[in-house]
Every structure is written in structure tokens, then in C-alpha cells.
Design a protein around this ligand. Structure first.
Ligand code: FES
Length: 142
């Protein structure tokens, strides 16, 4: 009886610890900001990635004229990916979990380059070219 109770307690403790780590990672790894549209580019400062003497893995960029946000991953100081957070299956807005994006509607999943990992979606996410000038990221919306 005591052994059973001990194992049950351990199970709850492990579950709590894993949920906490997921929660903490999502808190420290993300930031949602409003970008600025200049010509055909969505512009954000690279300082948006700064966080506690380190860098966020990604930021989520919104703008009132865009129906869906764009998730921008930082791989290093010169390499980024910009992914439209719209599921190519039936158009639901995606959610970001660390290095991947998931669809709450039917479970499709995509990696941080927008490549489909799990269906039912069978096409990759829309991506946008990203260029860096004077500490500003220019996400081309053309
Ligand atoms: S709308 Fe995303 S999986 Fe169906």
C-alpha cells in the first residue's frame, strides 16, 4: 500500500516538473511585438530577441493589417526564419512551442523552418525572406 502511494506521488511530481519546465521555456523563449510596415517590409528591431543577457529563440510579430502573426526564429546573429502562423490545412492560427509550431485544430506540426512534420497538413508554412540592416530585421511581405 505505501509503495503504491509512493509511486503515485512520484508520478504526480514528475508530471508537475515536466509541465513547469514547458511553462518556463515558453515564458523565457517568446515575446510578442508589434512590427512596423515600411514599403513591403515588416520591420522589427533585433533587440527584440534580447533577454537576460541572452537571446530568445523566437519572437511573434503582429501588425493590425495582418490577419495572422509571423513567428521569427533566430538561429544566430545573421540567420533568421520568418513563418506565417497560418496552418496550410484549413487556415487555423498556429501556436508556438519552442522549436515547433502546432495547429490546435487538427494537430499538424511544423519545425522552425516551416517544414511540415505531422499532418493532416501536407504543405509547408509560408515563409518570408529576412534581411538585416542596422540592427533592424526586414521581413519581406511581397
Ligand atoms: S487547420 Fe491545421 S491541421 Fe487542420
Amino acid at each position: 500500500m505505501e509503495r503504491k502511494l509512493f509511486l503515485k506521488s512520484c508520478g504526480y511530481a514528475c508530471l508537475g516538473a515536466s509541465m513547469l519546465s514547458v511553462f518556463l521555456e515558453s515564458c523565457s523563449g517568446s515575446k510578442q511585438i508589434e512590427g512596423t510596415i515600411m514599403n513591403a517590409d515588416l520591420v522589427v528591431s533585433v533587440t527584440s530577441f534580447h533577454h537576460n543577457n541572452s537571446f530568445r529563440k523566437y519572437i511573434i510579430v503582429t501588425h493590425e493589417k495582418m490577419k495572422f502573426p509571423i513567428c521569427v526564429y533566430r538561429f544566430n546573429e545573421n540567420t533568421y526564419s520568418a513563418l506565417l502562423m497560418r496552418c496550410p490545412h484549413q487556415g487555423a492560427e498556429l501556436q508556438v512551442f519552442g522549436e515547433k509550431l502546432e495547429c490546435p485544430a487538427h494537430g499538424s506540426a511544423f519545425n522552425n523552418m516551416g517544414i511540415v512534420q505531422n499532418g493532416p497538413a501536407d504543405t509547408n508554412l509560408r515563409t518570408f525572406p529576412v534581411s538585416l540592416q542596422n540592427d533592424q530585421l526586414y521581413i519581406s511581405l511581397k
